[in-house]
Write a protein that binds this ligand. Structure first.
Ligand SMILES: Nc1ncnc2c1ncn2[C@@H]1O[C@H](COP(=O)(O)OP(=O)(O)OP(=O)(O)O)[C@@H](O)[C@H]1O
Length: 361
């Protein structure tokens, strides 16, 4: 059946000698979608991107853009453009020349290329910057020049390889939003790679979580965060508490896990037996000054505050809890919600069994 996707990756594998950098990966990206590939260093993200761009050939599998196989099609003939972390702008050229360069290489006349470059610079918020040297721009402005240079060629697909990686934290926060807005305005299909889960969560329509050459899970940000399908996804996407133990009882998805200390935890997991990993998000940990406040929860403990981590809007608590190997992490309630939270203070904590996901270890 004909595909209506902009990109179809079909069972793509890339081997370097005996090493599988990309191992039997299949996914599709729909027109106008912002699709991110999220994973730790060395998981194979760049290799996958390089194969889509045409800088590397797959060992097996097919790469299809608008339903046309790209196998054997050289990089410069693919309807794809790439934005690198280094941005790869030409420092000796003006901003306008940088944006026009790709068009003149493709045979567009000088006057038309200049005019299109000028219009594109306006659209990315750089009106009047055409004659400046790129070396005289801020990091964020350079970023926009790189995007303009890419979008002006009207590619079917834009590949972005950690393009915000070189920016400082504040600018990165700003550019996340700006990049997402630009993508929406142009309605261009983006495939974005990053090891930064907060970037992926903020910008993406869907995210593929990649680990050791394979896709662990593909889903929208909320699905991945609330319903991680594997232990790797549960710990890589967002903050989480993690405990290891052994299943002592289970039926219909309700699982009891005994930690080595003898403490029992109640959670949710399908077909789990033997060694198990339990995950609960810090915001799922309820806190109270007495046990009565938590009586509806199936996991209830007493602990002592060991650290208050102030982080501006979102502060966390670490709570030393007998029977748990490491402190339990919880989100500090709004000011006034729970008085007297200081290091050393006793505290009651609890979470529902729905809030704890259990996987086979
Ligand atoms: N040309 C190559 N020859 C041999 N091995 C390679 C080659 N390119 C990549 N690899 C290996 O393949 C694996 C995946 O590398 P890749 O660069 O795709 O990962 P990555 O997820 O992009 O990591 P990073 O975020 O650090 O760039 C690594 O183990 C890497 O050492």
């Amino acid at each position: 059946m004909a595909s209506s996707n902009d990109l179809d990756i079909v069972r793509v594998t890339k081997q370097f000698g005996a090493h599988f950098a990309v191992n039997d990966v299949t996914f599709s990206v729909a027109p106008g979608e912002f699709f991110s590939i999220l994973g730790p260093s060395g998981c194979g993200k760049t290799t996958l991107m390089r194969m889509i761009a045409g800088f590397e050939n797959p060992t097996s599998g097919d790469i299809r853009i608008r339903d046309k196989s790209m196998i054997g099609v050289p990089a410069n003939r693919r309807p794809v453009n790439m934005v690198f972390q280094s941005l790869a702008l030409f420092p000796m050229m003006s901003v306008g020349e940088n944006v026009a360069y790709g068009m003149t290489c493709r045979g567009v006349g000088r006057a038309e290329a200049d005019e299109r470059a000028t219009r594109m610079l306006e659209r990315v918020g750089l009106k009047g910057f055409g004659d400046r040297q790129v070396t005289a721009l801020s990091g964020g402005q350079r970023q926009r020049v790189a995007i303009a240079r890419c979008l002006v060629l009207e590619p079917t697909l834009v590949l972005l390889d950690e393009p915000l990686g070189a920016l400082d934290l504040k600018l990165r926060e700003h550019m996340k939003i700006e990049l997402k807005q630009l993508q929406g305005t142009f309605n261009t299909t983006f495939a974005y790679i990053t090891h930064d889960q907060s970037e992926a969560l903020v910008m993406s329509d869907r995210i593929a979580v990649m680990n050791q050459g394979r896709f662990e899970q593909v889903g929208n940000p909320r699905e991945l965060y609330h319903n991680p399908g594997t232990p790797f996804v549960a710990s890589f996407v967002g903050e989480t508490n993690r405990w290891q133990g052994a299943v002592s009882a289970g039926s219909n998805g309700a699982v009891t896990v005994r930690l080595p200390s003898g403490v029992s935890l109640h959670g949710q997991g399908q077909a789990v037996a033997g060694d198990a990993l339990c995950f609960a998000r810090p915001e799922a940990i309820a806190l109270a000054s007495d046990a009565a406040g938590l009586s509806a929860l199936s996991n209830r403990f007493e602990g002592r505050v060991s650290a208050v981590l102030f982080d501006g809007a979102n502060s966390s608590l670490l709570i030393d809890t007998p029977g748990f190997g490491q402190p339990v992490r919880a989100v500090l309630p709004q000011a006034g919600a729970l008085a007297g939270i200081n290091v050393g203070a006793p505290i009651h904590l609890g979470w529902s069994s729905d809030a704890m996901k259990v996987f086979a270890a």
